[in-house]
Write a protein that binds this ligand. Sequence first.
Ligand SMILES: [Zn+2]
Length: 102
Amino acid sequence: MLNEVLPDLLEEIVYLLKQQGADPLEAKLRALRIESVCDCGDENCASFATASEVKVANYVELQSMEGQVIIDLNAADEICFIEVLGRPDVKYLLEEFYDSRN
Ligand SMILES: [Zn+2]
């Protein structure tokens, strides 16, 4: 679950969504699972998919203090992918999570 692997990022996203008036997404965020980690190979990238099928129809770009965080939504307004760039703290936790599973 996202709230177990990246609790700080989750709270940061929830806070930013409230700032931007997009807090209806909060309940969905808290229920997200990390399905897979982005394999683009970019060392700045700590993005991950939260649905088995990623088809982006819409997105919410957050005004994060550090790096770039974008929430991708599919046509049904479900969160399918979270783009995280320039956040070594998040990347470290994701790698640790995946190393422990493989
Ligand atoms: Zn990537």
